[in-house]
Design a protein around this ligand. Structure first.
Ligand code: IMP
Ligand code: MG
Length: 442
């Protein structure tokens, strides 16, 4: 294969799970590089459906090593639930590895996440309430607890006691919440440590070994470009870096080790949580997209806000991630529509702009400028090649590709593995970095 990063180009929920599942078949190692249990993908094994938040779906392939990298935040309780659920279904989890440098989500992170959201009132962010922001905040503030701190029996007590004492003051004085019992929490996490011990490793070293043995590595991002802490719609973002650059930091490898970057884009756009969304549809079309696309959060069950494809954020995602190609998902959700709009630019204070504004308040004032394309009004779910698609559907895809100046390698037309068109080999097909595109143009 090669070393490939798969990222979301929108606000998450682009269907990365299906695309990484597809690519995991030819991978030797899958690395999750950021985020925590705020993410979620649905996996179907032997007709049984369950939801994974931390463990890469690559675990379902017996030949794939799965690594939860240093850039993630790990809630051990939920991770153990996922391990137990997989084992109960006969899926071996002995090839799951966890970076000892990843940070641990503690019970106080969850309480603080929920309490802080409640206090923000109309300024709320719409977090998943899973303690993600507070865990990363402690990491940056250097008061976090890492997996190693949880593992080491002789120092665990002291590290936990100090951290819990600090946080109990915040829980009690700032949020009027009951304090956490330090000794009970230490005992609880000592139990998690024993359960997880066989899986804990130096992840960067293991990934380096895989690179040296020319094994194929898939770096799987959670959330999406516009939820990126640095490059997303701040403050309505998550607290990590889902963008392609985040893969190097979160896995512990250098940028020269990456061969390819694939962006996953839904054929329309959704967003969960608060924040600006120029192409949002609050009418019957939005409802239809939500129904046909089953747009409910995997983690929180919240209905997702739905809207037309936004080419401005698409172009932005190509730039921020240096995308080589796109995987367009859920094209079939548009099957019934007589016409389909695509946002090609924004109107901002009477001017037309084509570049995504980095100031989120400016972004909130942007209004979409649409081009309207004809729909195809027939089912595409059975199509297995571009040629089988209605001509109008092909035109729609070509329009997106031209707008974003990046080739479409994969088209997904339903949840199952078979409902996929491989337009061009995403791994071995021509690489279309910016330099190559410029060379082609000159
Ligand atoms: P947090 O990551 O729980 O702090 O939530 C911050 C924002 O990111 C909220 O708008 C969430 O809805 C959004 N978010 C976090 N994880 C996901 C995801 O996996 N898919 C979509 N949105 C997400
Ligand atoms: Mg999701």
């Amino acid at each position: 294969m090669a070393n490939v990063i798969v990222i979301g180009t929108q606000w998450g929920d682009e269907g990365k799970g299906k695309i990484t599942d597809l690519l995991s078949r030819s991978a030797d190692v899958v690395v999750r590089y950021q985020g925590g249990i705020n993410a979620g993908h649905t996996v179907v094994v032997n007709d049984r459906t369950f939801k994974l938040h931390l463990i890469p779906s690559g675990i379902l392939y017996p030949h794939v090593d799965c690594i939860i990298g240093s850039g993630t935040v790990v809630d051990p309780e939920v991770l153990i639930e996922e391990l137990d659920a997989l084992e109960a279904m006969g899926v071996s989890t002995s090839r799951l590895y966890i970076a000892e440098t990843a940070h641990v989500t503690m019970p106080y992170h969850r309480s603080i996440d929920i309490a802080a959201e409640a206090q923000r009132a109309e300024h709320r962010l719409g977090t998943t309430g899973r303690g993600i922001g507070p865990t990363y905040a402690d990491k940056s503030e250097r008061t976090g607890i890492r997996i190693v701190d949880m593992m080491e029996n002789d120092t665990r007590g002291a590290v936990f006691r100090w951290a819990i004492a600090q946080k109990n003051r915040i829980l009690e004085k700032l949020y009027n919440l009951p304090p956490l019992d330090p000794e009970a929490t230490i005992a609880q996490y000592a139990g998690y440590a024993e359960r997880l011990r066989p899986h804990i490793i130096d992840a960067s070293l293991k990934i380096d070994e895989a690179i040296r043995h020319r094994r194929n590595i898939l770096f799987e991002g959670a959330q999406g470009t516009l939820l990126d802490l640095d490059h997303g719609t701040y403050p309505y973002v998550t607290s990590s870096n889902p963008v392609a650059g985040g893969a190097c930091i979160g896995a512990g490898i250098g940028p020269t080790m990456v061969d390819r970057i694939i962006g996953v884009a839904k054929a329309y756009v959704t967003r969960v949580g608060e924040g600006p969304f120029p192409t949002e549809l609050q009418d019957g079309v939005g409802q239809l997209l939500g129904q046909r696309g089953a747009e409910f959060g995997t983690t929180t069950g919240r209905p997702r806000r739905c809207g037309w494809f936004d080419g401005v954020i698409g172009r932005y995602a190509v730039r921020i991630n240096g995308l080589d190609c796109l995987a367009v998902t859920k094209l079939d959700v548009l099957d019934e529509l007589p016409e389909i709009k695509v946002c090609v630019a924004y109107e901002l204070d009477g001017q037309v702009i084509r570049d995504f504004p980095s100031n989120a308040r400016t972004f909130a004032r942007c209004r979409p400028v649409y081009e309207t394309l004809p729909g195809w009004q027939q089912s595409t779910q059975h199509c297995t090649s571009l040629a089988e698609l209605p001509a109008t559907a092909r035109k729609y895809l070509q329009f997106l590709s031209d707008l974003l100046e990046v080739p479409i390698a994969i088209v997904s037309l339903g949840a199952s593995r078979g409902q996929t068109i491989i337009v061009e080999d995403p791994i071995h097909g021509p690489k279309r970095g910016l330099l190559e595109r410029q060379r082609e143009a000159s």
